[in-house]
Design a protein around this ligand. Structure first.
Ligand SMILES: Nc1nc2c(ncn2[C@@H]2O[C@H](COP(=O)(O)OP(=O)(O)OP(=O)(O)O)[C@@H](O)[C@H]2O)c(=O)[nH]1
Ligand SMILES: *[C@@H]1O[C@H](CO)[C@@H](O)[C@H](O)[C@H]1NC(C)=O
Ligand SMILES: *[C@@H]1O[C@H](CO)[C@@H](O)[C@H](O)[C@H]1NC(C)=O
Ligand SMILES: *[C@@H]1O[C@H](CO)[C@@H](O)[C@H](O)[C@H]1NC(C)=O
Ligand SMILES: *[C@@H]1O[C@H](CO)[C@@H](O)[C@H](O)[C@H]1NC(C)=O
Ligand SMILES: [Mg+2]
Length: 765
């Protein structure tokens, strides 16, 4: 029986169709697909994707065959892509076709219910995803854990932590706007964690849909060897189904909800095009796979199974991404995506995960994803709920049982697992145990995001995830009576979201919140009001400026006070110099002590370093944090009676400020990578608008009726851009932006900022 030949036999009724789909699928997957040679195990957290040497399969010998069978049928996948590409809509269809939910509710649907995965009120109102949500479904006898992630870059940490713990991903693209700058961000995140992915071109029903242009962009913009496994039948609002180039059949969705996937012969008029695209697929695969290369050289056509095995091999080793297409909203061609998830994305045994063994000098150790091994799990996400903290956990090896004891490796604390659940968006289902490779959540356990848990016999920690720096901040003032809810809410948000920071300005005593963008902060302000009944007024959003110097400067500073009482004396001599970010440590500030001969007694050196840290907090120019500086302490002097830690701390701080002024100081501002897509008729006004906002155009690209322009624009000049773009393009333009780097502001801007700051400071006195 060839793959999918008996798929969807056309039995009446949805349930029957599901069963049929499921069993047909399960039988039709060739064995080999699930027993790939070890070399195809994909490597996580290594830069070279293809270099697969070690393998998680090494101890297969003593693995319980039942456990192995379970793992082979498990997929942990994430759905990520740029904003509004249809991730949540697609997940909703997946849940429906797998029988997980009984009816479909659309994002911004007219019924006002909202999609299952967008469970927060605010998400349903705004029609966007804010928090990633986890769920699970079964397709045939395969179990799939799914995390739907937000697309907006303000919530990028949600994507980051999902990709950290998932084995594979679906990259969704829009058939019209294609690869956008945010797609590139997601692509970088996927590469960072070495996640194999399949691509799904959604919205094939839209006017201007062109999947092959999108595939071109995958190749050129993302440098991804990609090829379509399907071609569309009908276009735009006539889009009816797909031709599968590997099985050489056509598939249509029939039934009220598109629940019957009907297999037919390829329409005659599409034969030529299908043949051409199949050849393209063979050529792309031949580039990255030896078996297909041989078949290609012999000018033969691979069988469906040869195709499938090659696509699986190359996808797992990150050499290829298969491209599928459909329209989630129109209930078209989602089932083939589910089949592809099972067929082409790895099971947990095919992903290598590494931990560091603390009891052995942090030596890397491979984790082995079987239930019989000692338990190792990573807490990757926290949520404060009605019943206490909900901790999402990925189980890397061993079994997590309700009532068992686990140890937090960082704190050494031993805790009992009071309640264990599987998540289904905001609902949960209690379970007694979760096996290796699973994703679930535990209740009522206090820990931090990124903590590793073990059964107590191992001292392993997993590497944590990448956390980007906040770029924007606001002052926040509660209205009316002081309520403990204000700080309660801020503490909770801070704990849940590492990209959200709170601090109190020492002088103004105002609470300052910082995060990844205006929307990010707005959402928290709104949640304070709804969930904690604390209404707040906010100050004007400020970009996260930084201060630095551009040339070295020396200091020789004496702090001296001898008027009555105990005197104070401390002298520090040395220099400041600009410092680039250290690639390894990620640090761009350093304090170096080169004092010899005890001119500053060693016990005062830490106080000097503290003085340096004090000075970094609030830069001399406009009171923003100082970065990119190394302070070198060469020499100094102390007094037998009058010197103290305090005296050296103050001396160093003042010395820093004195030298800073001589180091040609400059203000740095965040520069954003902005990408705009709109119909070509608006190109002039869009580019004019960017110029007004001090944008530097990096690239423009015209594809049929649409143009895409990429520009570097200071974040400080991007306030209110979405409104401007909407009116400049009659609502037809879309834009996305992400943080690129900090760059010096223009001289006149610096002068302006400094004047403003001086005025504000003077007003305080
Ligand atoms: N025409 C068309 N519209 C679609 C399709 N899929 C989704 N949409 C619409 O696109 C909009 C965004 O869909 P979502 O599913 O919320 O997109 P998302 O990727 O989850 O968005 P974020 O989570 O906010 O990043 C909604 O209005 C959907 O109805 C599709 O296949 N065709
Ligand atoms: C900025 O965007 C362009 C095009 O979208 C891309 O080529 C570039 O890599 C991006 N750079 C950064 C730092 O994000
Ligand atoms: C898709 O299926 C849902 C669920 O039954 C239905 O409400 C919706 O109208 C369908 N959409 C289309 C375009 O057929
Ligand atoms: C504080 O927040 C809780 C919800 O977390 C809410 O029930 C309570 O009413 C709030 N208290 C006040 C004084 O608003
Ligand atoms: C530092 O200043 C002191 C007093 O102002 C002076 O005696 C000393 O020579 C100076 N040292 C250096 C290295 O300039
Ligand atoms: Mg969404």
């Amino acid at each position: 029986m060839s793959f999918a030949s008996s798929l969807f036999g056309g039995l009446p009724g949805r349930a029957a169709a599901f069963r049929q789909a499921a069993s047909g699928l399960a039988q039709s997957i060739p064995r080999q697909a699930f027993s790939l040679p070890a070399v195809y195990t994909c490597q996580r957290f290594q830069s070279s994707s293809a270099a697969a040497t070690a393998t998680a399969d090494t101890d297969d010998d003593n693995v319980d065959p039942k456990d192995l069978a379970r793992l082979r049928k498990l997929r942990n996948i994430g759905i990520s892509a740029h904003i509004d590409s249809g991730k949540t809509t697609c997940t909703e269809r997946i849940l429906f076709y797998t029988g997980r939910i009984k009816e479909i509710h659309d994002v911004r649907g007219r019924d006002g219910v909202g999609a299952k995965m967008d469970s927060m009120d605010l998400e349903r109102e705004k029609g966007i995803t804010i928090q990633s949500a986890a769920t699970y479904a079964s397709w045939g006898d395969n179990n799939i854990n799914i995390i739907d992630t937000p697309g907006h870059v303000d919530f990028t940490i949600e994507v980051e932590r999902a990709l950290r713990v998932l084995d594979g991903a679906v990259l969704i693209l829009c058939s019209v706007s294609g690869v956008q700058s945010q797609t590139m961000t997601v692509d970088r995140q996927m590469r960072r964690y070495g996640v194999p992915r399949i691509s799904f071109i959604n919205k094939m029903d839209r006017a201007g849909a062109n999947p092959f242009r999108v595939i071109d962009q995958l190749r050129t913009k993302l440098k991804l060897p990609a090829a379509a496994l399907q071609i569309p039948i009908g276009a735009e609002d006539q889009f009816r189904g797909v031709v599968d180039l590997t099985t050489w059949k056509a598939y249509y969705n029939e039934g009220e909800h598109g629940e019957n996937l009907v297999e037919k012969d390829i329409p005659a008029e599409l034969m030529d095009f299908a043949t051409e695209k199949r050849q393209e697929l063979i050529e792309q695969l031949a580039d990255v796979d030896d078996e297909i290369a041989d078949i290609f050289l012999m000018e033969e056509i691979p069988t469906a199974e040869q195709f499938m095995n090659a696509i699986r091999r190359t996808t797992l080793s990150l050499k290829f991404t298969p491209v599928l297409m459909g329209s989630a909203f129109k209930n078209k061609s989602v089932q083939p995506l589910l089949n592809a998830i099972v067929n082409y994305l790895p099971d947990p045994t095919q992903v290598k995960n590494t931990a560091l063994d603390i009891s052995n000098d942090e030596k890397p150790v491979d984790l082995s994803p079987y239930s019989a091994n000692p338990f190792v799990g990573l807490a990757f996400k926290l949520e404060e709920g009605r019943y206490g903290q909900l901790t999402y956990m990925r189980i890397y090896q061993g079994t997590l049982k309700r009532g068992s004891f686990i140890t937090n490796v960082k704190t050494g604390k031993k805790i009992k697992v009071p309640r264990l659940v599987r998540m289904h968006a905001s609902d949960m289902e209690d379970v007694d145990e979760l096996g290796a490779g699973e994703i679930g959540a535990i209740f009522g356990v206090d820990c931090a995001s990124g903590d590793t848990f073990t059964d107590g016999t191992l001292k392993y920690t997993m590497t944590s995830m990448y956390v980007p720096e906040p770029v924007i901040s606001l002052s926040l003032n509660p209205v009316g009576r002081e309520s403990p809810n204000f700080s309660k809410a801020l503490n909770r948000f801070q704990k849940e979201d590492p990209t959200f920071r709170v601090h109190v300005d020492k002088e103004s005593k105002e609470t300052i919140i910082s995060g990844m963008g205006e929307l990010h902060l707005q959402i928290y302000v709104e949640r304070m009001k709804r969930e904690y009944n604390v209404e707040c007024t906010t100050g004007k959003p400020q970009v996260a400026f930084r201060e630095t110097i551009t040339q070295p400067a020396k200091f020789n500073y004496t702090h001296k006070k001898q008027s009555g009482g105990a005197g104070q004396f401390g002298r520090v001599i040395g220099s400041l110099e600009p410092m680039k970010m250290d690639e390894e440590t990620g640090k761009d500030i350093a304090f170096e002590n080169r004092v010899v001969g005890g001119n500053i007694p060693t016990n005062y050196i830490p106080a000097c370093e503290k003085g340096f840290m004090d000075a970094l907090e609030k830069g001399p120019l406009i009171g923003h944090p100082v970065n990119g500086i190394r302070m070198i302490l060469d020499d100094g002097a102390a007094h037998a009676v009058d010197s103290s830690e305090m005296a050296f701390r103050i001396a160093t701080k003042n010395a820093f400020q004195e030298a800073f002024a001589k180091g040609r100081p400059t203000i740095l501002e965040p520069i954003m990578n902005v990408s705009i897509t709109a119909p070509t008729e608006f190109q002039g006004s869009v580019i004019g608008g960017l110029n007004k906002r001090k944008g530097t155009i990096v690239d423009t690209d015209i594809q049929e009726d649409f143009f895409t322009v990429t520009a570097d624009v200071p974040l400080n000049d991007m306030f209110g851009y979405s409104t401007e773009l909407r009116s400049a393009t009659q609502g037809k333009g879309e834009f996305s932006m992400e943080y690129k780097e900090h760059q010096p502001v223009q001289t006149f801007v610096q002068e302006q900022l400094v004047q403003e700051y001086k005025k504000k400071e003077a007003a305080k006195k």
